[in-house]
Design a binder for this molecule. Structure first.
Ligand code: FES
Ligand SMILES: [Fe+2]
Length: 365
């Protein structure tokens, strides 16, 4: 149940009725099997000859060998321990040396979709899986943008990474030499927050900022409009628009009504793997008209360096939480985003009932 401050004292382990990002689409190559774990459930991903994504439980129903150690035979997957063969719908279609195939001979198939450049899997009731609920994202090969992509494995609970993304004040400190360079405004100005279904919209102006490097061509000072939607379980869809200084004032602190000088795109997904493991997918870049391939490479390199700064801090934070799980955190005004999102997650978890974990996994205040 949620504590009065919104940080949880006890949580079900996982929300299952949700779309989770399991992989970049290029990670599932034709004819190959990819093993991934999402919310503690082992999956094997592959493509049919028609390119459709298949996500099956990565555990043969016979003696529990991983199907990801098997082999593809056309669109079917054969377990290479004793040879049971499965159709893309998870049903067993062959048992060596046995004619009768019982109904119970099957593995679970998870609804799976490719959208943009991510492969999404639905981990709950298949009848409730609605592909229209998957948020739209920019594909890596969209000619209107130049984006680069990566992924980082974390030894930390996914909600600690969500906390980080919901409180960008940390850019001024954790990233003082990378993303937060010369921008104390990240920490000094509180953003506006709007509720979304299963998430939050976070918006702010960073006023009178002196651009650095190749961005100097934009002018001596710019106003930066930063807006992102953050959706369960950790989908971060951010646009950062650079405008002439004075735009924030002219717009009364609201959303800009003119085209930006420079339009940056950051799209990220946090996927829980297990209770202390997560995978962080990210793409960063800009409108193609604003940046050349060399500069997008440099922009991405700085961004990736910053994400390793986050990883070092968050994994160390997780170790200290685990060292003294009863120790309570100090709430501040910086925590509004994380607190609201934890409350939302708590509601989703309560809606499904089920397993609960102690708040000690992710801290409480
Ligand atoms: S464990 Fe798969 S066929 Fe025996
Ligand atoms: Fe960060």
């Amino acid at each position: 149940m949620a504590a009065a401050d919104g940080l949880c004292t006890e949580l079900p382990m996982w929300v299952t009725n949700a779309w989770y990002v399991a992989a970049w689409s290029h990670e599932v190559e034709p004819g190959r099997l990819l093993a991934r774990t999402v919310i503690d459930e082992p999956l094997v991903l592959y493509r049919t000859a028609a390119g459709e994504i298949v996500a099956l439980e990565d555990r043969c129903c016979h003696r529990f060998a991983p199907l990801s150690m098997g082999r593809l035979e056309g669109d079917a997957l054969r377990c290479m321990y004793h040879g049971l063969k499965f159709a893309p719908d998870g049903s067993c279609i062959e048992i060596p040396g046995q004619k009768l195939i019982p109904h119970s001979a099957c593995v679970r198939r998870y609804p799976a979709q490719q959208r943009g450049s991510w492969l999404w899997v639905w981990m709950g009731d298949a009848a409730a899986a609605d592909p229209a609920a998957i948020p739209s994202t920019v594909a890596l090969d969209d000619a209107a943008y130049r984006l680069q992509a990566g992924a980082i494995d974390y030894a930390a609970h996914y909600l600690l990474i969500d906390d980080n993304l919901l409180d960008l004040s940390h850019l001024s400190f954790a990233h003082e030499k990378t993303l937060g360079l010369d921008m104390p405004q990240w920490a000094d100005e509180r953003p506006a927050m709007l509720p979304l279904e299963r998430g939050l919209r976070v918006q702010r102006w960073l006023r009178n900022h002196p651009p650095r490097g190749f961005m100097k061509k934009l002018g001596e000072r710019v106003d930066v409009w930063n807006s992102y939607d953050f959706l369960f379980p950790g989908i971060f869809l951010q646009r950062t628009d650079f405008h002439p200084a004075g735009t924030a004032e002219r717009c009364g602190g609201g959303a800009p009504d003119t085209a930006p000088l420079f339009h940056r795109v950051d799209e990220q997904a946090v996927t829980p793997v297990g209770e202390r493991t997560s995978r962080y997918f990210f793409a960063a870049g800009a409108r193609a008209a604003d940046i050349d391939p060399d500069r997008v490479g440099r922009l991405f390199a700085v961004t990736e360096t910053a994400f390793h700064e986050d990883k070092a801090l968050i994994e160390a934070q997780q170790r200290l939480i685990d060292l003294d799980p009863a120790r309570r955190m100090l709430p501040t005004s910086l925590d509004a985003g994380p607190t609201r999102f934890r409350r939302l997650v708590d509601d989703l978890l309560a809606g499904e009932g089920g397993r609960r974990i102690p708040a000690s996994a992710v801290g409480s205040s």
